[in-house]
Design a protein around this ligand. Structure first.
Ligand SMILES: [Zn+2]
Length: 437
């Protein structure tokens, strides 16, 4: 029987573990989809069908053969109650940097990937740009209960949250204080591809406006001053709840296949990815890279491979996570070529579609102010570079007329991430410049 994914991740403490003073991490993939199924009959089948479609795209997007850099525009919704929850822009920028590093395998700790798995680690070739940061003060509180997830509150303005913005074309990320409950502490959750547009006929949910990612405000960025303390333990936070949840959003399952979350451990549950070795349980945060919970010969490796506890889709400490595999990359890119194609088809900045540019580099980046955009080829096809701030507002346009690198002076602009919209042959291409002074 195929197991069902819903990317609900709970940080909980078992009574037994508590006695030893150790927190234990659980994911509610078995439990919470059942809640969803009760409210929205057909949910499990629809999610599974979408996963199978994404998996089928592996063959179409063999890792390495497809070099397109996909750009996903992100809208952050900060729905805050206490002032500490209204995160500073610098924390959002840190989060953006984390997911951009992790999805390009530019993360500094990629060198820590154990040699056994070094050759299967992959660059997802996905980058993220900020389209908007929205801030909504609320008096509502958000917790998970027997009646379900707090989507109807978090994602609906009328109920004290903030409505999604065009979830077909933007990745909406809500940042809220998720109250702990008897279930434990929810770090974040998201919906896999196609749980919206391609629902079975007559299905009423989930609603389109629920698509996206929810993350607890204490799990954002590497510079977050708000510790996440649960049962006396402080969780290591490096912004990778975002990496993990976006992985689900793009179709990935937990690498242990979710078979043992609330049932007996077994080594038969698969995440559908051949280069993530079988494991009969999640990694339990201890970064034990020699753990080997399933001892059968792995067909992909032709050997008994250890558990891949450094994978972003395991439940490891964020200090030891450092890779997606090429198989995972192919599945995510498959969903971007199919179910989530619209989100990388270009986004409106008020002018035209913007596409990722792979033939133009900019330097230095990050910069303290001045950015150069060199053009090896004739400038003629280029007509201008327009610069947007992270709110999508135009801050200037520079026509391109002469040879050599184009110099952009952003030294008067505040720290942040700027999108350079390079117009070429009538098409718009996006590059991202980070100003850090
Ligand atoms: Zn998860």
């Amino acid at each position: 029987m195929t197991k069902i994914i819903l990317s609900i991740c709970i940080f909980a403490v078992s009574l037994g573990a508590m006695a030893q003073g150790q927190a234990r991490v659980l994911c509610g993939n078995e439990f919470l989809p059942n809640i969803m199924e009760q409210h929205f009959p057909g949910y499990k089948n629809a999610v599974n069908a979408s996963f199978e479609r994404a998996k089928a795209h592996r063959n179409l997007t063999a890792a390495g053969a497809d070099t397109t850099i996909y750009t996903i525009p992100v809208i952050f919704h900060i729905v805050w109650n206490a002032p500490a929850e209204n995160l500073d822009d610098s924390i959002i920028m840190s989060e953006l940097q984390v997911i951009n590093e992790d999805y390009r395998r530019h993360n500094a700790d990629s060198v820590n990937t154990i040699s056994y798995f070094d050759s299967v680690a992959g660059d997802a070739r996905i980058q993220f740009v900020i389209h908007d940061i929205r801030r909504v003060q609320t008096t509502a509180t958000f917790g998970i209960s027997l009646s379900g997830l707090p989507d109807s509150l978090i994602k609906q303005t009328a109920n004290g949250g903030d409505d999604a913005i065009d979830p077909d074309h933007f990745l909406n990320i809500w940042i809220v204080n998720i109250q702990s409950s008897f279930f434990g502490q929810l770090l974040g959750y998201s919906y896999p591809p196609d749980s919206l547009n391609n629902w079975p006929t007559g299905s009423i949910a989930p609603y389109k406006g629920w698509d996206g990612v929810v993350i607890d405000y204490r799990c954002i960025g590497r510079n977050n001053p708000n510790p996440l303390v649960f049962s006396g333990q402080t969780l290591v936070i490096k912004g990778r709840t975002g990496t993990h949840e976006i992985g689900h959003y793009l179709g990935l399952r937990h690498i242990w296949g979710d078979g043992s979350t609330f049932g007996p451990n077994d080594c038969l549950q698969s995440d559908g990815i051949d280069d993530t070795p079988f494991a009969n349980t999640q990694s339990n945060f201890d970064c034990a890279t020699t753990r080997n919970t399933c001892t059968q010969i792995e067909p992909y490796y032709g050997a008994d491979a250890p558990d891949m506890v450094q994978n972003y889709m395991d439940y490891s400490s964020e200090s030891c996570m450092n890779l997606f595999t090429k198989g995972q990359v192919a599945l995510m890119r498959g969903s971007l070529a199919d179910q989530r194609q619209q989100i990388v088809s270009g986004y409106s900045t008020g002018i035209a579609s913007v596409k990722a540019e792979t033939t133009v580099s900019i330097y230095p980046n990050p910069t303290t102010g001045v950015v150069y955009v060199p053009f090896a080829e004739s400038r003629n096809p280029y007509s201008s570079i327009e610069v947007y701030n992270m709110l999508g507002e135009t801050i200037g346009t520079m026509p391109i007329e002469t040879a050599g690198a184009v110099k952009l002076d952003l030294s008067n602009m505040p720290n942040g991430i700027y999108t350079l919209d390079i117009v070429k042959n009538g098409q718009h291409y996006a590059k991202r410049a980070v100003v850090s002074k």
